[in-house]
Structure formats: structure tokens, C-alpha cells
Design a protein around this ligand. Structure first.
Ligand SMILES: *Cc1c(COP(=O)(O)O)cnc(C)c1O
Length: 428
């Protein structure tokens, strides 16, 4: 496969952009080789600048639940673009978005729009600290909540594969306030709270851990966090930036039945344009400026184009049977990988929740970060390249979730299965 043009662009980009990329995982550091530079996408497919075609299972790491360039989203953005990009004044679309989020997640009594998932989690954290009058937070090893200082302690995603979970530049005084527990290990949370419960403002958790591949919450884990928060007077924050409206109409919160005090959103609610949101209990959210005293603002917050793209996307997911169809498609992709792996004798367990999935080359099912980290990364890396050479674009790390869209049709699903078979044959 030729990547000449990608190589040329990357070579110059590295002289002008740190690592040649605007977000670390895109640099292929953990898999090696030249990052595919994408020229365009359509439905389940994308094409790189050298003209190679791929079935896209990256999908911008989650936002594109309808695939690339869904005509309904394109039309909404085009229409809005003709009426103005941004005003610095409130628009009706923001109310429609707030109402839409509230209807789908009734426990989101009030919501504030921001520009990214990172901004959502940072703002929710400030709010939790203000509301409780406490400074510490509990987060989980391997959970990723964006690049806010307080969260860059044992973080997942790019921070995980680059082996630098504690970034220089994060003030140690701040990092000291971040207490790290083990995902799916309630006892590790209990230990922290027994010692420092009165200092803890909130527990923040990815209800499904999607930034270490895909690890499901153990039965009772999320309900246990809820109980512990109540017992210690801390707020529970579900970071649904990845899972929100991707795994179900009401996010993972609807599926698990546990109610957080605050929730953070992003990705799907912007349909591919930059957006984030945080919301939840009215008495907590009312503390946000200007109704309250906790400051948080944004020149482009509630941006009309992002809101239009997000609303068009959410509306499309309201079609009857949308999530059932997405579930069926995602199950077929997961089965295709599992069957191909079995045929070639590769131990493989596919973690999956709806249209988020991650095949681990592991002998045992992956329920903890340790087991994920013990999977066969060297084999995975060779297989990643073999998949790319066969026209399937995957996230360039064994610890990133793959995403399926409603646009992934039979042809795309079968191409993934065939590529997986051939790729396993090539690397085993
Ligand atoms: C992607 C992600 C974020 C960060 O969102 P950005 O828009 O990249 O800032 C936060 N939390 C989770 C769970 C995510 O998956």
C-alpha cells in the first residue's frame, strides 16, 4: 500500500506541529509507521490522500454515529452556515439542544454547552468542588476525562500508550488532590474514602471504560459508587462523553439504572463538530454563573453550527429501531473478528457495549486494566498494519475503542470480516 503523499505531509507537518499531529494518538507512535492522512469520508468509508479506500472504524473516536457526511447533518450545517456562524448572543438552537438532552436524559435537569469533552469534565469538576466545598477527587486508573490538569493522573487513551500518565506541567499541588482507585474494584474506592472521605468532592468515572479499549463495569460497581458517594457526601459524575447517545438513547446511565449527580457529554452530541456539555441536578447546576457563583464561560459555547450538526444527528437516532440496528451491526463486526481470530488460533476476547468495541488478544476476558495491559500488543500491532493494508482503518492502539456507525452496511461489515481473516493469516 502506497502512503507517499501521507509521508510527505507528515514529514513537513512534524516541522511545524509537535509530532505532526494535533492530538497525540493520531501520530501512530504506539504502532509505528506513517499515519494515514485522510482526504475525505462518506458513510462507512474514508479515503486517504494517496487514494486508498478504507472501511472506517475510527470515526473520529466516536462522534460520527451516522458515518461520514450524512446528508441530513450536511444539510443542517449548510442551512445554519448561511444564517451566521456565531453571534455571542443566545440562539434558539441552544434551547432546543438543552430540551433534547433533558428529554432523553430526564436526570439532566439543567445543562450547559461547552466546546469539548475536556471542557465539560473540567467545568463539572470545578462545580463539584464548589458545591461540596471540598478539593479532592477520586478517578480511576485508566479512565480518561480529557486533558484537564486534575485528570492527567493515571489517565487512559493517548496518555496510557505513551507511558506518561503524569504529565510534566501538571502542578504537583493539584495532582495531589487527585486520588486514584482501580476500575471495577469497589474496595479500592472504599479504602480511599475511609481515609479521606471528608475531603472528596466527587467520584468521576467512565461508566463503560472506553479509553483502555472497552471494559464493562462489573455488576454492582456503579451502584456501589453511588452508595459510597451518598455515604460520604461526594457527588457522582458519569463521564459519558464517549458513551452518551452512542450506546443507548439515554446513554449508559439509562442502561445501568444508576443516577449520577452530574454527567458530561461530547462527541455524538456535536455530530462531528466541536461541542461538549455538562449537566445534572438542578440544585448543583444552579451554582453555575450567571445564575450562581461558579464561573464558566466560552466565546463559542453553544455554537450554532455545532448545535445544528448535533441536533440533526440526535434526530436521526430517534428513528424507530435505530439503536437496535446499530447493535446488530456492531455485533456482526465483533463476531467477524472473533471468528477470524479463532480460525487462526489467536486468543481473542472482544469487549463490546453497543457500537463501541475492542478486541483484546487475550486468553481471558478483560475485566480489569491489568488484564488489558497483559494482552498481546506486539501481535495486535502487526495485525493493525495488516488490517490497514487490507482497507480497514482502526484506531492505532490496542487500547482505543473502535466505533461502528449506522452507515456500516453489509458490504462494509463483510469487508471487515474478510480483512480480519486475511490479516490473521498474514501475521500468525
Ligand atoms: C473523548 C473523551 C473526553 C475528552 O473529550 P474531548 O472532546 O477530546 O476533549 C473525555 N472523556 C471521555 C470519556 C472521552 O472519551
Amino acid at each position: 500500500m502506497k502512503l507517499d503523499r501521507s509521508e510527505q505531509i507528515f514529514a513537513e507537518a512534524r516541522t511545524l506541529i509537535p509530532g505532526g499531529v494535533n492530538s497525540p494518538v493520531r501520530a501512530y507512535k504506539s504502532v509505528g509507521g506513517t499515519p494515514v492522512h485522510v482526504a475525505r469520508g462518506s458513510g462507512p468509508l474514508c479515503w486517504d490522500v494517496d487514494g486508498n479506500e478504507y472501511v472506517d472504524l475510527v470515526l473520529s473516536y466516536g462522534p460520527l454515529i451516522l458515518g461520514h457526511c450524512d446528508p441530513r447533518v450536511v444539510a443542517a450545517v449548510e442551512k445554519t452556515a448561511r444564517t451566521g456562524f456565531t453571534f455571542g448572543a443566545p440562539t434558539e438552537g441552544e434551547l432546543v439542544m438543552a430540551r433534547t438532552l433533558h428529554e432523553r436524559m430526564p436526570w439532566v435537569e439543567m445543562v450547559r454547552l461547552v466546546n469539548s469533552g475536556t471542557e465539560a469534565t473540567m467545568s463539572a469538576l470545578r462545580l463539584a468542588r464548589a458545591f461540596t466545598g471540598r478539593d479532592c477527587i477520586v478517578k480511576f486508573n485508566g479512565n480518561y476525562h480529557g486533558h484537564g490538569d486534575s485528570f492527567l493522573v493515571k489517565a487512559g487513551s493517548g496518555a496510557l500508550t505513551h507511558g506518561a500518565p503524569d504529565s510534566p506541567g501538571v502542578a504537583s499541588a493539584l495532582a495531589d488532590l487527585t486520588l486514584v482507585a482501580e476500575y471495577n474494584d469497589l474496595a479500592s474506592v472504599e479504602r480511599i474514602l475511609a481515609q479521606r472521605g471528608r475531603e472528596v468532592a466527587c467520584i468521576i468515572v467512565e461508566p463503560v471504560a472506553g479509553n483502555v479499549g472497552l471494559i464493562l463495569p462489573a455488576p454492582g460497581f456503579l451502584a456501589g459508587l453511588r452508595k459510597l458517594c451518598d455515604a460520604h457526601g461526594a457527588l457522582l459524575i458519569f463521564d459519558e462523553v464517549m458513551t452518551g447517545f452512542r450506546v443507548a438513547r439515554g446513554g449508559y446511565t439509562e442502561l445501568c439504572g444508576v443516577r449520577p449527580d452530574l454527567i458530561t457529554l461530547g462527541k455524538v452530541i456535536g455530530g462531528g463538530l466541536p461541542i461538549g456539555a455538562y449537566g445534572g441536578r438542578r440544585d448543583v447546576m444552579a451554582r453555575i454563573s450567571p445564575s450562581g457563583d461558579v464561573y464558566q464561560a466560552g466565546t463559542l459555547s453553544g455554537n450554532p453550527l455545532a448545535v445544528a450538526a448535533g441536533l440533526a444527528t440526535l434526530r436521526a437516532t430517534d428513528e424507530p429501531g435505530f439503536y437496535a440496528e446499530l447493535e446488530a451491526k456492531s455485533a456482526r463486526i465483533a463476531d467477524g473478528i472473533a471468528k477470524a481470530a479463532a480460525k487462526h488460533g489467536v486468543p481473542c476476547h472482544v469487549g463490546r457495549q453497543g457500537s463501541m468495541l475492542c478486541p483484546y488478544f487475550s486468553k481471558e476476558p478483560v475485566l480489569t486494566l491489568d488484564v488489558a495491559m497483559a494482552s498481546d500488543r506486539a501481535l495486535w500491532t502487526r495485525w493493525f498494519h495488516a488490517m490497514k493494508d487490507r482497507g480497514v482503518l482502526l484506531p492505532p492502539s490496542p487500547f482505543e475503542a473502535w466505533f461502528v456507525s449506522i452507515a456500516h452496511d453489509d458490504a462494509a461489515i463483510e469487508r471487515v470480516a474478510r480483512a480480519a481473516d486475511a490479516a490473521f493469516a498474514a501475521v500468525t
